[in-house]
Design a protein. Structure first.
Length: 135
């Protein structure tokens, strides 16, 4: 996306995971043993971010993916006064696709083909061969 500093956002995300992991460890330090074993944070690259041209396109892509049984996450709305315009805009246009270790390359290729098809439909263009990948 034009004007989107991906490197800075990746660094911020990495720092956020580290901050969360540290804060969770501190919060659980005084919890009962059972609570400490209930959740374990794992820092891993587990997602891809799609940034649509606008919120309506994001919503159309999300609906198309859900119809193909692919369920992306959406960032929560950032509508506070202290939120910058760029962060608000990103939250309004982003979808997060999970890519954890249970998936293999062929599964991710299927998801990519469906994303391409759905994006083409959302943009009002004719989808390509990706449509046949929706088994």
């Amino acid at each position: 996306a034009p004007g989107l500093d991906v490197s800075a956002r990746w660094e911020r995300r990495t720092a956020n995971v580290a901050a969360f992991t540290t804060a969770l460890a501190a919060a659980l330090a005084t919890a009962p043993e059972r609570a400490r074993r209930a959740v374990v944070p794992l820092a891993a690259p587990a997602f891809a971010v799609l940034v649509a041209r606008d919120a309506a396109t994001r919503d159309a892509v999300r609906a198309g993916l859900a119809a193909a049984r692919i369920y992306p996450a959406m960032l929560w709305p950032m509508d506070g006064e202290d939120v910058g315009a760029a962060d608000r805009d990103l939250a309004d246009r982003a979808l997060v696709l999970h890519a954890d270790s249970r998936y293999d390359a062929s599964g991710m290729a299927r998801v990519a083909a469906v994303v391409a098809d759905v994006a083409a439909r959302a943009a009002g263009t004719t989808p390509g061969a990706a449509a046949c990948a929706r088994d």
